[in-house]
Design a protein around this ligand. Structure first.
Ligand SMILES: [Zn+2]
Length: 224
């Protein structure tokens, strides 16, 4: 029986790639992104080494989580091992965004954890993000293993001397996590220049996550 492919998921990869460049989350052809179709379990991933502004839906590659090609003529992203490792580990995650942003990468280069110092980070990313160590070369299965292990049940992880990985139940959420991670890294660094950054407490983080989940914008959701 032929697998049903979803053109809208290919378009989502194309559109989000453009958004990644537009928001400064990556430059050139670096970074990559994927979405999982929860119905078929297939992964739709960006092609390797192509400029985001010229990628068309036909360049998006559809793979099984064992990395067998189901559809697409292009070479899939070299980080396909990392994307598949995340989906295998996290059933609730349906989108993975790998970026090369400046401020998040600074923490990875210094091998530092990044704690929550802004409310939006606490709400959608968690208490902190950590580095995937030891360093592994890009595109390797070893990188996939250390990245998935360091991600754990969090929504982002730092890849030292390389970039960041953000995940979410939807593509919209994963991209938001990537952007909020970068903002939190920038704020931490500026706060460090001014004085000692004060991380949010565990109780405050839990309260904000509950508020984000249950209350924030709830009454306006029906209007959208
Ligand atoms: Zn990369």
């Amino acid at each position: 029986m032929a697998v049903q492919l979803k053109p809208e998921l290919k378009q989502l990869i194309v559109d989000t790639g453009v958004e990644m460049v537009r928001t400064g989350m990556t430059v050139g052809t670096w970074g990559n992104l994927s979405v999982r179709d929860p119905e078929t379990g297939l992964m739709y991933i960006s092609p390797s080494g192509m400029d985001y502004l010229i990628i068309q839906p036909r360049h998006v590659v559809v793979l099984t989580l064992d990395l067998e090609t189901v559809d697409g003529e292009a070479e899939p992203s070299i980080e396909r091992h990392m994307h598949a490792a995340v989906y295998r580990q996290r059933p609730g995650v349906n989108a993975v965004v790998h970026t090369h942003p400046v401020f998040s990468s600074a923490f990875g280069a210094a091998r530092l954890e990044l704690p929550a110092v802004s409310e939006d980070f606490a709400q959608i990313v968690g208490d902190k993000v950590i580095c995937a160590l030891p360093y592994q070369l890009p595109g390797t299965e070893a990188l996939a293993r250390v990245a998935a292990a360091a991600l754990g049940e969090r929504f982002a992880v730092l890849l030292p001397n390389h970039g960041a990985l953000a995940v979410g139940e939807s593509m919209k959420k994963a991209l938001k996590v990537a952007m909020v991670l970068e903002k939190n890294a920038q704020i931490y660094l500026y706060a460090r220049l001014l004085g000692a950054p004060q991380p949010l407490g565990d109780g405050e983080i839990l309260a904000m996550q509950k508020f984000a989940r249950e209350e924030y914008g709830r009454r306006n959701r029906d209007l959208a």
